[in-house]
Design a protein around this ligand. Structure first.
Ligand SMILES: [Zn+2]
Length: 268
């Protein structure tokens, strides 16, 4: 729940910190998957992105050294747009919609892959320290970490968006479980669960058989990764997802309340 004051503050921020026209157009130009969207939705996306930029800090992984890079206003806008596209069809005002991203403040950008350090306990209870380079990570209740070259590669590599991927994990985490099922109205939960499970199991069969797949095989890693990867495909290459998994595509469409093929809002 959020208060009346917070809502007022957000409404004021929309005009006080509106993204300048030229910067907005330049950023949109980098994201051709939005070209065919209804201008009304694009205007809403601009407002959501404005609030995102006001409320989040988007900074370099380090001040100096190998993990430092200069984060430009343009980079911040491009990140904000791709994060906010996930909230585009949410009901209520934009001040209500951005509330889905309220439980974290920081986005950290790296000049390349960065080390992910975590402890891993094996079957004998022995804890190992792992240190693997990765391109993106989303911490529960914490920051989103992004490798900038991979964000940029998404501009040209159709069907991919590291930003959409990591912020899709954020939506999945909102209801406490990281299980590929984002918060949904009660009557949508079971249809969503059965559609994603069926699609995921089918996808794993193809990947396990070493078949070439049109969707990134990383999606077979776990069902929460399948959700994040297919959110990328939903926005960036929707016809592909609709063709491969039509039932699941419908469920995502009902969840996001956006028809990415038509570029319009749609009812749940
Ligand atoms: Zn992931």
């Amino acid at each position: 729940m959020f208060g009346w004051l917070k809502k007022k503050r957000r409404e004021r921020a929309l005009s006080a910190y509106a993204i300048p026209d030229d910067e907005w157009q330049r950023a949109l130009h980098e994201l051709p998957f939005l070209d065919h969207y209804d201008p009304k939705l694009i205007a809403r996306l601009r407002e959501l992105s404005t609030l995102f930029l006001v409320e989040k800090s988007i900074t370099s992984g380090a001040e100096e050294g190998e993990y430092a890079l200069e984060v430009t206003p343009q980079m911040r806008i491009v990140i904000a747009i791709q994060a906010c596209v996930l909230l585009l069809g949410k009901g209520g005002t934009v001040a209500d919609a951005i509330e889905d991203f309220a439980n974290f403040e920081n986005v950290v950008v790296y000049p390349g892959d960065f080390p992910q350090s975590y402890d891993y306990e094996d079957e004998y209870g022995i804890v190992h320290k792992l240190d693997e380079p990765i391109a993106g990570e989303s911490w529960e209740g914490g920051p989103v970490l992004l490798s900038w070259p991979v964000v940029e590669a998404g501009y040209i590599e159709s069907g991919m968006s590291l930003v959409v991927h990591e912020f899709a994990h954020k939506l999945d985490m909102l209801n406490g479980d990281i299980d590929g099922i984002p918060p949904l109205p009660r009557e949508q939960i079971e249809p969503f669960r059965s559609a994603i499970t069926e699609a995921y199991e089918d996808f794993c069969i193809h990947v396990d058989a070493n078949e070439a797949t049109a969707i990134d095989p990383y999606a077979a890693e776990a069902i929460d990764e399948f959700f994040a990867v297919t959110c990328e495909v939903f926005f960036e290459e929707p016809e592909l997802l609709q063709f491969e998994y039509p039932d699941y595509f419908q469920q995502l469409r009902a969840f996001f309340r956006v028809d990415p093929i038509a570029g319009t809002a749609c009812a749940a």
